[in-house]
Design a protein around this ligand. Structure first.
Ligand code: HEM
Length: 451
């Protein structure tokens, strides 16, 4: 072989050409995947900023000025909630799922057109839902149409990332974090199916596009605790031990946490809110023990190119998860308690979900999106401090004001909303400037990694 190579026969040239062409195709695919992911992320940012956060701030300012939680239309509140959970978080998760799941599981590549079709159906579905809640123009058609488009988008995503066999041929047993991601994906399927059923039901029988209050409460438990929370746990279990230098994951505890959480979601959906809260708290505590988040790290955290406070904010976010579950138990005991339910919901959505996405997102997205480097680690610190301060003010003053414990707390709520809005805007600026700047290394399958 060595002789043939040195004898200058055409064989090595043909071999090199073949290798080169495989490399070229792999690089082209990597670039297409990065481009796809950047589109999903930019779309999620748009949903987060305007239909999501801006409308949330508007709603809160109106509620505070009237000093009455029930003074604004439920459809407007639900428009905000849907834009945040599905327009922002859902779009991020679909994009990151398309980019990372086939790589992490070493699956055969999916057809890129399916990811673009998913994006188009999902964006139209979520946007139509928002408009039909805000301007109920032909909502009896728009609402079921949007729910059908969202479900169709999900099914294409699922088919693309879940049904391709491993490329190596030797199927490895699934790791426990993958079970958690699968459970979360089923939670998303359940949320979208409930959404579709309720949308048809409303279109035929109701006088407004807003979900009835009790159904909405149950549906929100499925779409937050049943979908987003385990999705964050799954990726936390996969990435945090490496990013934070933690001790090895306790895999069996991770599955116990998932079982507690599923039980909590099912009980919540069946309106056993107290028992649900207990199991959600058990699940949250167990996942923290499984990932060993509060145990001393054994290696230095990998914080190159991001702010070194990253591990602190991850721990604070998991602290908010515990607070959210504990508040849901208090809300269940207190009966009709919109302030405590609202505080629990935002401890979860802002304190845990947004903080996790903002921290881990700034850690992984720049490199996933074409080997870029985060524009400003200092801005990352400022926005996380603002987010956590806004969340603390919001959660505390929502209980005090809505539950009539302290009238002065109504004046704090708009301030908390503006602080959170600033944090969200800074995150968007940091990410968009990062995407607009040239990559530090040319995209290559050898340099791209999901860690
Ligand atoms: C600037 C930040 C935010 C503000 C000012 C805000 C404001 C509000 C307001 C006023 C409500 C009405 C109920 C209540 O008073 O508690 C609400 C509900 C809700 N928010 Fe937020 N929010 C913000 C961030 C978020 C984030 C980041 C998420 C999700 C990731 C989220 C998800 C929800 C959900 C799911 C609901 C319940 C919707 C429903 O009843 O169907 N919010 N928000």
């Amino acid at each position: 072989m060595a002789d043939r190579l040195s004898a200058g026969s055409p064989r090595p040239v043909r071999l090199n050409d073949k290798t080169q062409s495989i490399m070229d195709r792999a690089i082209a695919r990597e670039q297409s995947l990065s481009h796809l992911l950047m589109t999903y992320i930019a779309t999620g940012v748009v949903f987060m900023l305007l239909p999501g956060t801006f409308l949330g701030v508007w709603n809160l300012i109106k509620i505070s000025s009237r000093e009455a939680a029930e003074s604004i239309s439920p459809a407007w509140i639900q428009a905000h909630g849907h834009a945040q959970l599905f327009g922002w978080v859902g779009t991020f998760i679909l994009g990151i799922g398309f980019y990372s799941i086939p790589k992490l599981r070493k699956l055969k590549p999916f057809a890129l057109w399916s990811a673009w079709l998913t994006w188009a159906l999902w964006v139209v579905g979520v946007a139509v839902r928002w408009f039909s809640d805000i301007y109920p123009w032909h909502w009896r058609i728009a609402l079921p149409l949007s729910a059908s488009l969202e479900l169709a988008a999900f099914l294409i995503f699922f088919q693309a990332v879940a049904s391709h066999r491993p490329s190596s041929g030797s199927a490895k047993p699934l790791e426990p974090w993958i079970f958690v991601v699968i459970a979360a994906t089923l939670g998303l399927l359940a949320s979208l199916t409930l959404n579709l059923g309720a949308s048809f039901q409303l279109a035929v029988n109701a006088g407004s596009p807003a979900f009835p209050h009790m159904f909405d409460q149950r549906y929100l438990i499925v779409s937050t605790w049943g979908f987003i929370v385990p999705m964050v746990w799954g990726f936390s279990a996969r990435w945090l031990p490496v990013f934070m230098g933690l001790r090895p994951l306790r895999n069996s505890l991770l599955l116990v946490a998932l079982a507690f959480n599923i039980l909590g979601v099912v009980l919540g959906f069946l309106e056993y809110f107290f028992a649900a809260g207990i199991f959600l708290l058990l699940g949250a505590s167990t996942v923290i023990a499984a990932i060993r988040l509060f145990e001393p790290a054994v290696k230095p955290a990998k914080t190159v190119n991001i702010h070194q406070s990253f591990p602190v904010f991850i721990r604070i976010a998991y602290g908010w998860l515990l607070v959210a579950a504990a508040l849901s138990i208090w809300a269940a005991l207190a009966g009709a308690a919109p302030g405590i339910w609202g505080a629990s919901r935002h401890a979860l959505t802002v304190g845990f979900i947004a903080a996790m996405i903002f921290s881990v997102g700034q850690r992984i997205l720049p490199s996933f999106c074409g080997m870029r480097v985060l524009w400003s680690p200092r801005l990352m610190l400022v926005m996380l401090v603002l987010l956590m301060s806004g969340c603390t003010l919001r959660v505390a003053s929502e209980v005090l004001a809505y539950q009539d414990y302290a009238n002065w707390a109504w004046n704090i709520l708009p301030i908390s909303a503006l602080i959170e809005l600033t944090a969200v805007t800074l995150f968007s600026i940091n990410l968009i400037v990062t995407f607009a700047r040239p990559p530090v290394v040319a995209a290559s399958p050898l340099t791209m990694t999901t860690e």
